[in-house]
Write a protein of this length. Structure first.
Length: 573
């Protein structure tokens, strides 16, 4: 096996039947005359295609074949790989660093048999080289994208530390940031380095599939963090003195008041990125060290709008589809902020919408626009509240109504009356599980005799991170785990980290849920204003799977880790 591993490229191609001995000899002769790599000569002569050559090379050597189209040639962004392997060396030798773990460096190469190049990589990186194979054209494009972006971001961040580059001497001499004039703030915010830096912060967050960007001021520094799959990760921050300029730039884009620094402000703006439009919702609040900005990224192209792809169990899907197929009644999605409630509502709407139905929504904000559905954004400052909008919508002959959130008694009453008078109403409520949603509505002031006949189903849900399918590691749970968790499998998985998941070990999220379908027994308990414990017991007796059980099932299926299941469900049933 050792000898096969170090067969020359030409011999491998002949052995695989892609070229003949005569074609190999001709290529070697051309190589001696013109120089260059043998593989490049073969491609230039038209003897073999680039992807064929690389694929057979990877197959024969047992080395993974990475391609740009599959997203594999994406270096980790938080390991300073651009410093480990300089751009000039990467470009000259057609190599691309992908990820680093301890003393091992994964590198994409055109020719993994080039032992001299591997030795050179070892010397400059002080790492053992783990080669993967890719085409030269793919590596070249990936190098241009990675090093170009890294260089721009580094240049922008470095410029933020260079006060002379931004002519900030006047600002530093000021008695305090709050004394800067509005004209000066606008001028600073429109400086080229600041504009470029804010653009790069947003672009990088979108590329990393982040849902939020946090720009936070502290006494001697700025914190820059991205929320990816529900977790916050630190990003190299700009210099402290650029804080006001960055916030001002964000305010300008969001059409907010630059002069107002004492009160919270909300705004939004759109970013056009290649062939898609990304909506950014801005929230700015005053803190003791200055204003903090959070940018919520709503990438309409990435939303899952198919109910079957959300992660619900087959039995749960059956119950949900049974409820939403009914002509009237109340459907509630329960859970904390960030649990995917709005996405589930949009998925339900996408499934039940048709030209025969008049569907209207009242939202705050309208996160995603759906063709064929009338969507309304509430504006409390002018009196357009959930309740006011719903009263108007009832005169619009609706069949289905979506209410973004039940926040007060009046909104809850209108939803229930609408459900009782022949409308299918979808909404959300902030509770930790399905049974307590009933208690929450009654606590608002809803009469139990009205709630009992109107409510169809309550879906409580959370989002947990999915293990990266390319690097997750299997292991046997300990006897203690088997006993305490009652796993039904002898093999579960844990995160490892690779280039595809940016060394996180997780990639994407899946929904876990408990689905409470209201039957006659539960309706009677609600009508009697029974405590949520009794409602929970009756629901469990009817077959309701809890959030904890749903999470453990994801562990048994290899979708997530035991630690993630515990962190999302607090590790208790």
């Amino acid at each position: 096996m050792a000898k096969e591993k170090y067969l020359r490229l030409g011999e491998l191609l002949v052995r695989e039947g892609l070229i003949t001995e005569a074609q190999l000899e001709k290529a070697i002769s051309t190589q001696r005359q013109e120089g260059g790599r043998l593989g490049e000569v073969l491609i230039k002569l038209g003897v073999v295609k680039e992807d064929q050559m690389v694929a057979v090379l990877g197959k024969q050597l047992g080395i993974p074949y990475f391609s740009l189209g599959t997203g594999m040639l994406k270096p980790a962004t938080d390991q300073q790989l651009e410093q480990l392997v300089p751009h000039d060396f990467a470009y000259k030798n057609s190599v691309l660093p992908l990820s680093r773990t301890m003393t091992s460096l994964t590198v994409a190469m055109v020719d993994p048999l080039d032992l001299i190049l591997i030795d050179n990589l070892k010397q400059i990186t002080r790492c053992d080289i783990n080669p993967v194979v890719a085409t030269k054209s793919d590596i070249s494009k990936a190098i241009e994208q990675f090093y170009g972006k890294a260089a721009m971001f580094k240049k922008a961040v470095d410029a933020s530390y260079d006060t002379s580059a931004l002519d900030l001497t006047a600002e530093i001499k000021e008695a305090g940031d709050e004394e800067l004039s509005i004209d000066k703030l606008i001028a600073r915010a429109e400086e080229a380095p600041v504009v470029k830096l804010v653009d790069l912060i947003i672009r990088q967050a979108i590329d990393e599939h982040a849902s939020d960007i946090h720009v936070e001021p502290f006494k001697e520094r700025i914190s820059l963090r991205y929320r990816i799959d529900g977790k916050l990760y630190e990003i190299p921050p700009p210099a402290k003195h650029l804080h006001m300029s960055i916030i001002s730039r964000i305010k300008i884009l969001s059409k907010l008041d630059i002069a107002e620094k004492r009160l919270p402000q909300d705004g939004s703006f759109l970013v056009k990125l290649e062939d898609r439009v990304v909506d950014l919702r801005i929230s700015i609040i005053p803190t003791i060290y200055g204003e903090k900005a959070v940018m919520r990224i709503l990438d309409r192209s990435s939303i899952v709008v198919e109910l079957g792809q959300m992660g619900f169990e087959p039995k749960q899907l059956e119950l949900i589809r049974k409820a939403i197929s009914l002509p009237y009644g109340l459907v509630f999605i329960a859970g904390p902020t960030g649990s995917g409630k709005s996405t589930t509502l949009y998925a339900i709407l996408s499934e039940i919408k048709n030209p025969e139905k008049n569907i209207v929504t009242v939202e705050d904000p309208v996160e995603y626009k759906i063709d064929g559905i009338n969507q309304l954004q509430i504006k409390p400052d002018i009196g357009l509240t959930f309740a006011a909008a719903l009263r108007s919508f009832l005169r619009q002959d609706p069949d289905i109504m979506l209410v973004g959130e039940v926040r007060d008694l009046e909104t809850a009453q209108i939803c229930i009356r609408s459900a009782l008078t022949g409308h299918l109403v979808l909404s959300t409520v902030h509770t930790n599980d399905a049974p307590t949603a009933v208690s929450r509505l009654i606590d608002m002031g809803i009469e139990s005799y009205m709630l009992a006949p109107s409510i169809l189903i309550i879906i409580a849900q959370r989002l947990l991170r999915r293990l990266c399918p390319d690097c997750k590691e299997a292991y046997e749970p300990t006897p203690e785990q088997l006993k305490s968790v009652k796993l039904k499998t002898d093999l579960i998985y844990k995160p490892k980290g690779c280039a595809k998941c940016n060394q996180i070990g997780y990639k994407g999220r899946s929904c876990i849920a408990e689905v409470l379908l209201v039957n006659e027994e539960l309706r009677a308990l609600i009508n009697q204003n029974a405590p949520f414990q009794k409602i929970r017991e009756a629901a469990r007796a009817a077959g309701m799977q809890t959030l904890y059980e749903s999470a453990i099932k994801k562990v048994e299926e290899g979708i997530t880790s035991l630690e993630e299941a515990f962190s999302v469900t607090l590790g208790a049933d």
